[in-house]
Design a protein around this ligand. Sequence first.
Ligand code: G6P
Length: 610
Amino acid sequence: MCGIVGYVGKNQAAPILLDGLAKLEYRGYDSAGIANIVDGKIEINKAKGKLAVLSDLVDGGSKIDSTIGIGHTRWATHGKPSDENSHPHMAEGGKFAIVHNGIIENYIELKANLVASGVQFKSETDSEVVAHLLEKHYEGDLLAAVKKTVEHLEGSYALGIVCTDYPDRFVAVRRSSPLIVGISDEGNFVASDIPAILAYTRKIYHLNDGDIVDLYADSVKIYDSELNPVMKQVEVVTWDVKAAEKGGYDCFMHKEIEEQPRALHDTISPRIDEQGKIVLDGVNLTKEDIEKCDKIYIVACGSAYHVGIVGKYTIEKLTRKPVEVDLASEFRYRDPIVNENTLMIIISQSGETADTLAALKEGKRMGARILSIVNVVGSSIANESDDVLYTWAGPEIAVATTKAYSTQLSMIYLIALYMADKLGMISEEELRSNLSALLDVPNLVEEIIKKNDPIVRELAEKYKEIDHAYYLGRNLDYAVAMEASLKLKEVSYVHSEAYAAGELKHGTISLIEQDTLVVALASCSKVLEKTLSNIEEVKSRGALVLTLTSEGNTAVESVSDHVIYLPKTKEMFMPSLEVVPMQMLGYYMAIARGCDVDKPRNLAKSVTVE
Ligand code: G6P
C-alpha cells in the first residue's frame, strides 16, 4: 500500500525522502513522487514505476535545493498507475501539494462539487480532492484550512501537506492509516512506518486517529482534530537498524524465515515466569471475564486468518468455549451475533489492515471485548483494543509473512493455555509440561531450518516447472496446509489450493493426474490413518507426493515420493514446526522460478484499503 515520508530540517530533503521511500518499498507500490519547496515554489517530481525511475529523474535528489518536502509511493486504487495519478498532487494555484495514503470514500461527491465550482482535475485519484479542498478553505491560516478540509473527508487517510506560504513547515494528519512522527536535532519527520526514518532517528511519537501534526525544523506540535494541543510521550525505537535491513541475505523473506527462532524466543519466553505460570502483559482478562465469555470470534485477514484456524482448534479443545473464525472482510458485513459476553481476538501483523480494523470497530460497537495480537507497537488496531498482546517478531519487511505468522501462532497457544488455566481445565502438571514444550519450539525451529535448507532447495529445483499444487491435511494439519498453500502461490505464482484431506474426493480429486504435486501434512496422530488413506487416493491417481510428518511415522513412506520428518513435540505445537519447511518451499520455489520474492506482483504488505 502507499507509503509516505515527510521531512523538514537542516539537511537537503530530497535524498532523505528518496531514502525513506526506498525503506517503504516493501509495502508494495507502482509509482513514486516527491514535492519540495524550492525558491518559494513547489517542485514536483513523480514517475510511474520503480523508485529508481524517480531517483534517476532527479539525480538521487542532489540537485533539488530544498530542506523541506513530502514523498510518496503509490499502490493504485483509484486510477491506473501513471505519472499523472502518482502523488504528490497539487492544487490549481500551486500553493498546496499533498500526499495521501488511504481512501477518501466520499471523493466522488467532493469532486463533483469542486468541478461544479470550476476546479480542473489532473488525475483520476480520490486523493487530488484534498489539494483542491485545502486551497478552497485556505484563508491564511494553514492549520485552520487543514482542519476544515479533513472535516469534509470520509474514509481513511494519512496526509502530508506542504504550502508555499510556509516554506519552513509542513503538516500531516492521521485517520485510520498508519503514520508516525520522528524527531531529531537535524530535523523532523513523518512516515508510514519506522524503517523509513530509522537511519535518522529512533525517537518517535505515535499518533492517534484524527491527530494533526505541525512540523518545523526544530519543533513538532501535535493537535487533536479540534486543534487542541496534545501532549505525547517520546518513544524510543529499540530495534537494531540492521533488523530492517537485509544484512547479507538475498532477500527479506529468507532473512525473516531464519529469524524465527529468535522471534519465537522473544515472544514466548517473557510470557512464562519462573513459577511456570503464563504472564500476559497488557491483558486484564480475569477468571470471571473468561467464565462470562460464551463465544469467541477470531477475526483477521490473510495469514493471520490462518493463525485463527489453529486458534479455533486449540482454544476449543482446551477451554470448550465455542470459537468462530472469520475473515475480517466478511465479518464486518455479515451481521454477526456479538454481545457483551463475546471475546473478539483480532490478529494482525501491521495493526493497520483496513478490513481487520473495521471488523474490530464493528465488534466493539456491538459490545465485544477486544483482545488483539499485533506486531507493530502503537498501531491503530493496538490503540483500539481493550487488551493487546505484542508479538516480538521485529520489523517484517517481506510481503509474505513468516516470522509474524509464527509468533502469532505462539501467542494463540499462550492464550489458549492461559484461558484453560484460569478456568481450571488444565492440571498444573499438564500446563507445566506444555509450557516447557512451547519454550523448546524456537530450538526445534532452528534445527528444522538447518536440516532442511538443502533438502527443500533441492525439492524446489525438482518441482520448479509445476503449474499446480494441492495441500492436504486434517485438523491442525489442515490449518497449516492453508498457510503453506498461500506461501507457495503468493511468492512463486504456482497455482495452489489447500484441502481438508477428507474433502478432496468431493470434487477436487478430479484434477489430480500424473505428476500433480500434492503436499500432505500428516502429523495429527488421531487422524493419521485417515490422512494416509487420502494420500493413497491421490498417489494411486499419479500424484507426486511430498509428505511432512513427525519422526517415527515411517508408514507414510510407502505412499510418498519425498518425506520431510519433523522433530517430535506436543501435537498442539506441530503447526509451528510444520509451517517452516513450507515457508522454505515457497521461498525456494520463487527463487527457482526467478520471482521477486520480497515484492510479489500485485501484493502489498500492509493492506490499508478495503
Ligand atoms: C497482506 C499480507 C499478508 C498478511 C495480511 C494481513 O495480505 O501480504 O502477509 O497476512 O495482509 O495483514 P496483517 O498486517 O493484518 O497481519
